[in-house]
Design a protein around this ligand. Sequence first.
Ligand SMILES: *[C@@H]1O[C@H](CO)[C@@H](O)[C@H](O)[C@H]1NC(C)=O
Ligand SMILES: *[C@@H]1O[C@H](CO)[C@@H](O)[C@H](O)[C@H]1NC(C)=O
Length: 441
Amino acid sequence: MASSSGMKLVYMAPLLPLLFMSGVLEAAGAGSSADGTNGNLHGSVTSRPAAAPRGRSLPESQSVFSLDRYGARGDGRNDDTRALEMAWKAACASPRPAVVLVPAGRRYLLKLLTLRGPCKSSVTLTVKGTLVASPNRADWSDSDRRHWIVFRSIDELTVNGGGAIDGNGEKWWPHSCKINKALPCKEAPTALSFHYCVGLKVEDLKIMNSQQIHMSVEDSANVLLARLSITAPGTSPNTDGIHITRSKDVRVTDCKIKTGDDCMSIENGTHNLHVSKVTCGPGHGISIGSLGDDNSRAEVSGITIDSVQLHGTTNGARIKTYQGGSGYAKDITFQNMVMYDVKNPIIIDQNYCDRAKPCGEQESAVQVSGVVFKNIRGTTSTKDAIKMNCSENVPCQGITLQNIDLEMQDGKGSTRSTCRNAKWREFGTVHPQPCTATDTE
Ligand SMILES: *[C@@H]1O[C@H](CO)[C@@H](O)[C@H](O)[C@H]1NC(C)=O
Ligand SMILES: *[C@@H]1O[C@H](CO)[C@@H](O)[C@H](O)[C@H]1NC(C)=O
């Protein structure tokens, strides 16, 4: 917990049991307040033992700011945006670690909102009930259709609680140009956006049916994302699970992600990211990139994807860059992965293009180097188990293939490996034999 680092153990001897109970108390929606006005919450309050006299605050206690105290209705129909904004403001101004509580068993309807820091102390948003996006698309003006809930410039923020965040995406998906080709391509909100957060934890939440990306971490550092369940139909457009950009020292663990787009998309400016124990699918798999679009510079390094399972995804371990970019994607390890009927289990594509017109040959490229694919097994739904399509001028360097066993699903024949401009080494047993097929057939 972010708050525990602020606890002063010197005071603690008689209070130790409290310290260990604080999670339980928080779970019961209890707490005491710094100024006396925000104590005495609605709902099932377990009152806590006598508070210390004023001026000598208990270092371990947290002030709790329940949405219901700020006029929230929690009926899923009335707009509770203002209540959350007010609860947040009060919590953010609290000199002691504060909890904003979304009570259990109710649905709180929210429009676009930004929860801003810096705050006086650490703040935890504990979602026990459900935060649900307004089903009315007209609540988003053209001035910002890209966000739903934004957390901005907050240090030591925790979002947790075991509850749900529901984007009501069914109201948006039919209007996507990917679903209805006659419509212009317009943006739809990202359910949760974290911008400029240092010391961020997002844990124990269900995030579902986002309008577009479920969760985006940008310009942040020292981040832990754990025990998240992210779900949307496999047919829903652009519903990436977790998107990370311009962030460093990020850990993602114990997550289940089933969506209509990338399970995780790892974009420009991501450094030192460790992903473990994640299950993906349906969706597009784990992607680094796309990088280098519109001749831009990209820098990505120190990525480990470990112990990931992919079920029926279009890609498994993927790196994709546009021609004409610059910079690097380096020091990347995909290991201990199991693929179940994945279309492209291992793929590096330096000729990526998702434009209507062909992107065309260009000389420069984002350099891809130091990439390890290790202990990867399972089945593919096409025979292209390993594909490395690299740039002629900036070939892929230092690619390691080690202990790989990829078979066609249902024993439907042999798999193959195609390569262009890739410098690779092989260790252990690699099946299919790397780079034996040509890509010209
Ligand atoms: C990617 O990050 C680099 C380094 O921070 C920056 O110079 C570049 O402008 C970024 N590219 C894009 C497309 O934002
Ligand atoms: C590699 O990329 C080029 C250029 O986009 C394309 O023509 C070729 O078919 C690709 N090869 C493979 C194996 O995908």
